[in-house]
Design a protein around this ligand. Structure first.
Ligand SMILES: Cc1cc2nc3c(=O)[nH]c(=O)nc-3n(C[C@H](O)[C@H](O)[C@H](O)COP(=O)(O)O)c2cc1C
Length: 329
């Protein structure tokens, strides 16, 4: 069987996962510098997008902003067909080349509102939302979901088949159930049932931390591409490394020493610019922590930077913080 075509060109099919509070525009831009097939925005509540409500972090419109580099799908969540359709139209109007529908988020806030993965328990409502979004835009629509609600209800293949019949052009599966939240291990082989149920590209997601994981996830699932989330925290070059190992794209130069400090400084300043100084300082801390952990930097300096309230001080100490501990001693 010929491989199905991707709805937007993905060169190569190594995708950055949507992660609320993490894959904002500044982080997506850093990942884009190294390369990725597709970036996905953080989940955006369709109702908030339509009413232009400001979240405490950044306006919903700002969260959906498309940057330079690889295509960025805008991910929408919600339970009202009209708001989903309107939010999809807004995102398309602002340049999104693809709309992704979130039917995988296990968070109580989202599930309690009967969206995210809760929609796996009400496929008729899920289909009404999908129909509304597909009917509202000309750009392709993808769906991100989990294997099912729990082991008793592994209905991703049924949801995927019905979604594709309704016009969805790509399916991403986080290979866990909702009941698992983030516990246990992603069951890549279980994605095969989804792959067998649809003729559009299927992307496997969950616990892909390096090229060996990506290769194994593809082999076990039969999927057409991989999506990487937490593995890229503090390692924005990971997608490019996976692409190089699996698809022969040029291997990224993994920055070290002064080059790493420059990269983190640029990311840091972009976060302060995007969120404003005070909020930016707080949001930047988790990224700094991940970079320092990945670099093996000194824990005492890490702890100090997590408390530091002056951005100039943070920037000044980055080179030491990002130097492997034994070298710094
Ligand atoms: C902090 C956090 C936020 C997340 N936010 C979203 C989201 O907004 N939309 C979504 O579809 N999935 C979200 N996810 C799930 C990820 O996209 C991904 O499916 C999951 O983390 C498994 O992939 P990984 O093991 O590569 O991280 C989030 C995950 C984390 C850890």
């Amino acid at each position: 069987m010929n491989a199905p075509r991707f709805p937007v060109p993905l060169s190569p099919p190594v995708l950055l996962a949507p992660m609320s509070g993490i894959t904002d525009l500044p982080f997506r831009q850093v990942v884009a510098e190294f390369g990725a097939g597709l970036l996905v925005s953080e989940m955006i509540a369709s109702g908030e997008m339509v009413t232009r409500k400001r979240s405490p972090r950044a306006s919903t419109r700002a969260r959906a902003r498309i940057g330079a580099g690889p295509p960025t799908a805008v991910q929408l969540a919600g339970r009202e067909a009209s708001a989903m359709a309107e939010a999809a139209r807004i995102a398309e109007g602002e340049g999104a080349p693809m709309i992704d529908i979130n039917m995988g988020c296990p968070a109580k806030k989202v599930v309690g509102g009967l969206s995210g993965s809760a929609l796996m328990r009400d496929l008729d409502l899920a289909l009404r939302l999908i129909d509304a979004v597909v009917g509202a835009v000309k750009v392709p629509v993808s769906l991100k979901t989990r294997l099912g609600w729990d082991v008793e209800c592994l209905n991703a293949p049924e949801l995927a088949a019905r979604a594709v019949e309704a016009g969805v052009a790509m399916i991403t599966i986080h290979a866990r159930t909702r009941a698992q939240f983030y516990t246990g291990r992603a069951d890549w082989a279980a994605v095969q049932a989804v792959r067998a149920a649809v003729a559009v590209p299927v992307i496997v997601n969950g616990d892909i931390l390096d090229a060996a994981c990506a290769r194994r996830a593809l082999a076990l699932s039969g999927a057409h591409g991989v999506m990487v989330g937490r593995g890229a925290q503090g390692r924005p070059w990971l997608l490019a490394q996976i692409s190089a190992a699996l698809y022969g794209t040029p291997a990224p130069q993994v920055p070290q020493g002064a080059a790493l400090a420059d990269l983190v400084a640029r990311h840091y300043e972009a976060m302060l610019g995007f969120y404003g100084r005070d909020l930016g300082l707080r949001i930047a801390r988790k990224h700094l922590g991940w970079y320092i952990d990945a670099a093996g930097g000194p824990p005492d300096l890490r702890a100090r930077l997590m408390r530091e309230g002056d951005p100039a001080q943070v920037l000044a100490q980055l080179p030491d913080a990002l130097t492997r501990q034994e070298a710094a001693a």
